[in-house]
Design a protein around this ligand. Structure first.
Ligand SMILES: [Cu+2]
Length: 281
């Protein structure tokens, strides 16, 4: 019995340890198995794999996961420190867009995550590119390439000028898969500080009035206006969808003094706000 009591646990521990070692060396867990590769962006030293859920980038909000591989060893790099910069090259000027930091995902080995809000789609003459600047063990590298940003058929991002003269960008982040129910709605709100800087706007409020224009412009019960969430740095509310189809999400943007900067109430004589987002499901 002593054998079982002392030796068996020891064997179990050793077995478990060697198993996890094998996992690391031979078959690392696939940390991108629920995602699809959009493209690779490379330089002489590394290949950066860009992933999203759909395998594409879209006009609007994009949750983006990347892995970076050493070209000579084929090993994924776990300790890169990134900045990234999306730039649209337009006829008369270049500009960037709202984005988060690109950071290593906690409890994962090889993947980094962040988001980018592309407020404009590409066209024949005007394209986006994406630059990664990163350091590995103190050495700096850069990789850049063009990326494809086709137009979204529904308005999931909008850029407007408030009565304060500031240019704001609003992006629909959730629901990505709307249902007939009361959905959590999340919107990102950013201001255009200059061509390259789009910081988060804090502590504003966004009124929400979803309507179905094809059905007498009816609304829905139990919606909740969107308020700032200091943890996520986004705006949270409740979006009530009583049936499938096309919904126009009429919005009013209010500053910290509760003044309306953009948008109008929907009434019998005013069927829509000039500030809105759209979804169809
Ligand atoms: Cu542009």
């Amino acid at each position: 019995m002593k054998f079982l009591k002392y030796i068996l646990p020891a064997i179990l521990v050793l077995t478990t340890m060697s198993c996890s070692d094998d996992d690391n060396d031979i078959a690392p867990i696939n940390e991108v198995q629920d995602l699809m590769k959009v493209q690779e962006i490379s330089n002489d030293n590394h290949t950066i794999e860009v992933y999203t859920k759909s395998g594409t980038l879209v006009q609007g909000y994009n949750n983006i996961t990347i892995r970076i591989k050493d070209k000579s060893t084929q090993a994924f790099i776990e300790n890169a420190v990134f900045t990234w910069k999306p730039v649209m090259h337009m006829a008369s000027m270049s500009h960037s867009c709202p984005k988060s930091d690109l950071v290593k995902v906690a409890d994962m080995q090889n993947v980094y995550n962040g988001f980018i809000v592309f407020q404009m789609a590409e066209n024949e003459m005007e394209k986006w590119d994406l630059t990664f600047n990163y350091t590995i063990n103190g050495t700096a590298y850069e990789a850049t390439d063009f990326i494809g940003i086709p137009a979204s058929d529904k308005k999931t991002v909008t850029a407007v000028t408030g009565i304060d003269g500031v240019r704001y960008i609003l992006a629909l982040i959730e629901p990505q898969n709307p249902e007939v129910k009361i959905n959590d709605i999340i919107v990102g709100l950013y201001k255009m500080e200059n061509m390259m800087s789009f910081p988060v706007v804090e502590n504003f409020k966004i009124n929400l009035d979803p309507r179905m224009p094809s059905m007498g412009n009816h609304s829905s019960p139990n919606n909740q206006d969107m308020v700032y969430n200091a943890t996520t740095k986004m705006y949270d509310g409740k979006l009530s969808l009583t049936m499938t189809g096309y919904w126009k999400l009429n919005l009013m943007l209010r500053n910290q003094n509760n003044e309306i900067l953009k948008g109008e109430p929907v009434t019998d004589v005013n069927e829509a706000s000039t500030l809105f987002l759209e979804l169809e499901f």
